[in-house]
Design a protein around this ligand. Structure first.
Ligand SMILES: C[S@@+](CC[C@H](N)C(=O)[O-])C[C@H]1O[C@@H](n2cnc3c(N)ncnc32)[C@H](O)[C@@H]1O
Length: 361
């Protein structure tokens, strides 16, 4: 059997997307026979077994190459395996197959127990499926998440998207230094409906004198003037002006529900223009979650850097956000900034979000 790239892509997309896991398993069994050293085949073969209910076979398959790897290789392969499983768990959830998504996430949890995001997604799935186990309940992160969910319900916030709650455990940890501190100043670039904003007001910026500047365009962002891949054309036109109006209305309504609206300064417009108007050496922490285009993120970071006090914290969201058009991925912008400012920053956290501390001007 000679494996070519097209066949591989077809096996991944067709067999898995059409739930033909037996066919996927057959394909990868043959692929391994032909090329036993290609470790990715084992990840997909195990996944195909898992989705057919053969959990033990799945685990054995994933372990097979690991026995022969060096410590560094095993570490790298574990990461690869988690990525493969995570992508399938996300896909299964997107087609409302929550049980499969849950099953895969349980296995990710065994491979990478401290992966915050997986744990939180697992908890959300467990809640949706009514599976919340005492073991899961004991988890500190899970209890934080539950507390946060209750907060959303009890305050009556309205959110159409949740792009934030997965960050609650790390925010709770890294921003604890600012809780109820007087005079703390925060800046948020990209507030949408105010999920992260409300979290900050309810949990971190709780002192009467704390202040938060929220900056958002609240209308469709400018589309890069380059030849865009079809998928990205769709991405940039997902929400029209009317929808953004409703997003901004929900932001206003949610902020009012915090009863801390007096702490919030709202600025409407492009971050590229507005951050230039903000005071230098002023903010204790800055959340960058506006445009995800590499050059915009880099621009936000560089401009916001001057506004951050030494010792302050900068949080970048969506480090792994990808576009289909080459050169736009968020990571490119964040990495560019991290590389150039390497000697002036300390990286506190690396994950879906990157959290840094400003060590010097
Ligand atoms: C991912 S959402 C922010 C999510 C929000 N932090 C939350 O917790 O739900 C990104 C936001 O950035 C805004 N945005 C995109 N490009 C922008 C730009 N160039 N300047 C200002 N805001 C921008 C969008 O309008 C959107 O509301």
């Amino acid at each position: 059997m000679i494996i070519n790239k097209n066949e591989l892509a077809a096996a991944r997309t067709d067999f898995f997307s059409e739930s033909r896991y037996d066919k996927a398993a057959k394909f990868y069994e043959q692929a391994i026979e032909a090329e036993p050293n290609v470790v990715t085949y084992y990840w997909y073969l195990g996944l195909a077994y898992l989705l057919q209910g053969q959990e033990e076979e799945a685990q054995t398959t994933w372990l097979l190459p690991m026995y022969q790897g060096t410590v560094e290789e095993v570490e790298k392969w574990n990461e690869e395996l988690v990525k493969v499983l995570d992508a399938e768990a996300t896909r299964q959830a997107s087609i409302a197959n929550l049980k499969n998504s849950w099953l895969i996430r349980q296995h990710i949890r065994e491979i990478a127990p401290s992966l915050d995001n997986n744990l939180l997604l697992l908890m959300n799935l467990s809640l949706a499926l009514g599976y919340l186990t005492p073991e899961l309940m004991k988890d500190r992160q899970v209890t934080e998440m539950l507390r946060y969910r209750n907060q959303i319900i009890s305050k009556g916030y309205q959110f159409s998207e949740d792009w934030f709650s997965g960050n609650v455990p790390i925010w709770t940890y890294y921003l604890s230094r600012y809780v109820n501190m007087p005079e703390i100043k925060a800046l948020e670039i990209g507030s949408w409906e105010g999920m992260s904003t409300c979290y900050l007001l309810d949990n971190i910026l709780t002192h009467d004198t704390a202040r938060l500047t929220c900056l958002d365009i609240w209308s469709p962002q400018p589309v890069p003037a380059i030849a865009l891949d079809e998928k990205d054309v769709r991405y940039f036109s997902t929400y029209d002006r009317n929808y953004f109006k409703s997003v901004e209305d929900r932001f206003d309504a949610n902020i009012n529900k915090t009863k801390a609206q007096y702490k919030v300064k709202k600025m409407v417009g492009l971050s590229q223009n507005l951050v230039r108007l903000l005071p230098l050496n002023y903010y204790d922490f800055i959340h960058i979650d506006g445009s995800h285009i590499a050059s915009d993120v880099l621009g936000d970071a560089v401009l916001a850097w001057g506004c951050l006090v030494v010792g302050g914290i900068m949080i970048f969201d969506d480090y792994y956000f990808t576009f289909s058009t080459p050169g736009l991925n968020t990571k490119i912008g964040i990495d560019g900034f991290l590389t150039a400012f390497k000697h002036k920053i300390k990286i506190l956290h690396e994950g879906v979000q990157i959290i840094i501390e400003k060590m010097s001007d």
